[in-house]
Design a protein around this ligand. Structure first.
Ligand SMILES: CC(C)(COP(=O)(O)OP(=O)(O)OC[C@H]1O[C@@H](n2cnc3c(N)ncnc32)[C@H](O)[C@@H]1OP(=O)(O)O)[C@@H](O)C(=O)NCCC(=O)NCCS
Length: 329
């Protein structure tokens, strides 16, 4: 008899309607060009939240799509996990706002902080809760309003990021479908290569923090690039080994969408040809932990992932954190 798995019942996504192209940055007075950004990253445009668009709002919209497709109503959800680096406020969690918006009265809800790796971390937690019998239905969301925390005067970071949300509903399956393997790792010795120095409990908001822009994202791009290739390649190996598969067995790879050159290097390492790699970084930029669920939802909607397909998801982010997962759909 096959062991039980945590399976994806449905997914959803929501991105703001406002689009910012590379050309718009030059018009805003930033010393950059479409050519510079596109050649180094593969990004052409990204969606950014407009007035009144919140992390909770994007998350709830993505969740509603997934719930409708899964035919799951709010009262059936046991746990809501929100991955975000951009909570709407610091206390309480944004997940409880989502719970209230959805009317998921039976659910426990909490935020999970693992930067761009957070959605895969959240899926691994959700899988555990399902397999140990704590929960039957888990809603795992990633929502990011990166536009609120990037420094719009720093051309080396602000051009990279975008806003959006994706969600999945997990339940138990006995039909050999679901999460076959997962892997997570962190290295906190490298935290200051990609971080927000101030605004937390150690250096709370003050006039000096605001003047120095210490509450906004700082990144050592070259070091992050190298670590991303190394870690995502390692993560791909680990999830494939865990599922006793090789790159040849993978029907579709859904990588974290940070930079097309990082994606290409990871795919090459895993032995997966680019026509089996889903890429949408050109249209969304790096939406942090929302990037994989947005890409997965698009690939499912377009029929590029069908029933029985084996999918490798792999990610890397601030922390550093990295993670991977093999899923049979
Ligand atoms: C950010 C990144 C695109 C920069 O590319 P790079 O080739 O490493 O470029 P560098 O940072 O060495 O900068 C080279 C030059 O371009 C300039 N530059 C930086 N951003 C620029 C921009 N948007 N437009 C034009 N020039 C820019 C720099 O100021 C520097 O100029 P200098 O040589 O006069 O000092 C690249 O390092 C990268 O993608 N890193 C990974 C980032 C990432 O994905 N982070 C999230 C991980 S989850």
């Amino acid at each position: 008899m096959k062991r039980p798995y945590a399976q994806f019942v449905a997914t959803g996504r929501s991105v703001p309607s406002k689009v910012l192209t590379n050309h718009d940055f030059s018009k805003m007075g930033l010393e950059t060009s479409h050519e510079w950004i596109f050649e180094r990253t593969g990004i052409a445009e990204r969606h950014v939240a407009g007035d009144g668009e919140t992390t909770c709002g994007m998350a709830s919209a993505a969740a509603r799509v997934a719930m409708e497709r899964a035919n799951v109503n709010a009262g059936e959800i046991d746990v809501i996990i929100l991955s975000t680096a951009t909570p709407d406020r610091l206390l309480p969690s944004t997940a409880v706002d989502i719970q209230a918006q959805l009317g998921a009265t039976r659910a426990s809800a909490f935020d999970l902080s693992a930067a761009c790796s957070g959605w895969l971390y959240g899926l691994a937690v959700g899988e555990g809760l399902i397999l140990n019998g704590t929960a039957e239905t888990v809603l795992v969301i990633a929502a990011e309003k990166m536009s609120a925390i990037v420094d719009w005067t720093d051309r080396s970071t602000c051009v990279l990021f975008g806003d959006g949300a994706g969600a999945a509903i997990l339940q138990k399956s006995k039909h050999g479908r679901g999460i076959l393997s997962s892997f997570m790792r962190s290295d906190g010795t490298l935290a200051e290569l990609l971080y927000r120095p101030a605004g937390g409990a150690t250096l709370p908001m003050s006039e000096a923090v605001l003047t120095d822009r210490g509450h906004l994202v700082k990144m050592a791009g070259r070091e992050v690039f190298k670590a991303a290739v190394r870690s995502m390649s390692d993560a791909a190996d680990r999830a494939l080994d865990g599922a006793k598969l090789t790159g040849n067995d993978i029907d579709m790879m859904i990588p974290h969408q940070a930079n097309v050159r990082i994606i290409e290097a990871t795919a090459k390492h895993a032995g997966i040809p680019m026509d089996k790699v889903y890429v949408n970084v050109d249209r969304y930029g790096n939406t942090s932990s929302a990037s994989i669920p947005i890409a997965l939802d698009e690939a499912l909607e377009r029929g590029q992932i069908g029933p029985g397909a084996t999918v490798l998801m792999v990610t890397f982010g601030a922390g550093f954190t990295w993670a991977s997962m093999v899923v049979r759909f």
